[in-house]
Every structure is written in structure tokens, then in C-alpha cells.
Design a protein around this ligand. Sequence first.
Ligand SMILES: C[S@@+](CC[C@H](N)C(=O)[O-])C[C@H]1O[C@@H](n2cnc3c(N)ncnc32)[C@H](O)[C@@H]1O
Length: 243
Amino acid sequence: MHPLPHSSADTSPTGQASAASAASGVGAHLVRRHGEAGECGFTLLGRRWHLLPEVFAPTHTDSTELFTRWLPFPAEGSFLEMGCGAGVTAVTAALEGCARVTAADINPEAVRNTHLNATRHGVADRVEAVRSDLFDALDPGARFDVVFWNSNVVHAPADFAYTRDLEYAVFDRDYAAHRRYIRDGLARLSGAGRLFLGFNSLGDTARLDAAVAEAGARITEHTALTRRAGDVPVAFRLMEITR
Ligand SMILES: C[S@@+](CC[C@H](N)C(=O)[O-])C[C@H]1O[C@@H](n2cnc3c(N)ncnc32)[C@H](O)[C@@H]1O
């Protein structure tokens, strides 16, 4: 793995992230690395997958593998994967017995990629891939037993301008998507439904905690593990958000 620059490169000495520092720091490094993958095949979790250009590459980080292993997929139930990327988690959910899987992404190539992988693994009848900015394009009445997002954890300042779809896999401008995910995700749960967030130590824990507090919710760690990414240890944390 290539070494990662430290995430502090995104923050000025005053603690204020700027668009310029976001563009040159760890987030920009991640976008470059994921963009280098191009169209290819890869093996993860014992299965072969297709990756399209401009889609988050599950081979460049351990997050996809770890969160997919740790999630409690609801047998015979409904699962929503927000930000599905290549669709590894959504397709695995269907293969592991979820009756209905919805996979949403703001990146149209991720939606196409998820459909390709669902077809490859024979679960296209149970995995609906939808282009959506978070919950916006979903049926307003749809409720889910488990909702999950391996989120774009790197904070970008309010004046950050997205210039390519792949940047949505890495940067969250003003942590606005995290705030919306927590608020709207709680409202999308079935009676005993559970809301999860795949987070890691490149993210902004203070802003995440503020988003949870703003929603009047609580956040707890479900499972965590630290692995090295280049010369930097990254803590991967599957978080559960409750009212
Ligand atoms: C860290 S990547 C994870 C991809 C995939 N779930 C995986 O684990 O391999 C985050 C994903 O969230 C998507 N995303 C970012 N902002 C979004 C938004 N507002 N609505 C929907 N998807 C979004 C990105 O396009 C990207 O595919």
C-alpha cells in the first residue's frame, strides 16, 4: 500500500480546514489512489467483483471488507446500503439472505457497478441499485431493517467544490451528508430497525458527535479494528446510531 499523508494536513494551524488544504491533503491523496484503479476485476471476501473507473476501489482500503464482515445482515429482512460503490456490501447482503436490498449512490457509475456485480452473482432480482443523493430518490414510504453507510469521512470546508464523482467517496463538505444521514436514516428504520455508520480515524469525530447530538441521537461502537494503511494506522469503526 502507498503511504498515506497524515490527515492533519487538512487543517490549518487555527484548526480551520480550507478548500486548498483539503485539495492537497489526505483526502486528495485517497481520491488519486482510488482513481488509479481504473476498470478491473478484484477478489474480496472469497468472491470475484468488477470495478468501474471513478468508483471507490475496495482494494485500496480495508473498510469494505471489514464492515461487510461485521454487519448484522437481517435474514429475510430489508437492507439499505447508502453509498454502495461497487456494490460488494449490498450484493453480499443479498447472498447472505436479505430478502430485499436497496443500494443507493450519488455517483451514477457506482449504481451501474452495483448492478453489474448483482447480475454477476445472480441477485439482481433482489438488489435494486438507485442513483440518489442520500435518501432523496428513495420511495418516501420505504423502511428498512438495517441501514448502513461506509461514509466519505474526510471533512471538506463549506467552500469546497466537487470536481469529479469519485470525490464524493472521500470528502463530505461541511459534514452536511453525515448530518442528513443520521437525521433521515433514523426516520427510515422499521420498528426494530438499526442504523449503522462505517467510520474511520481519518474522519472528524467531533463533527460526527455534533451531528449525532443535533439529531438528539446516541452513537456507540459496534466493532472496531486498527490496520495499517501504508505507514499510518487507521482505526475502522462500525458505529451504531440510536435514538
Ligand atoms: C467510502 S465510499 C464506500 C463505497 C462502498 N460502500 C464500499 O464500501 O466499497 C462512500 C460512497 O458513498 C457515496 N456517497 C457520497 N455522498 C453521497 C450522497 N450524498 N448520497 C449517496 N451516496 C453518496 C460515494 O459516491 C461512495 O460510493
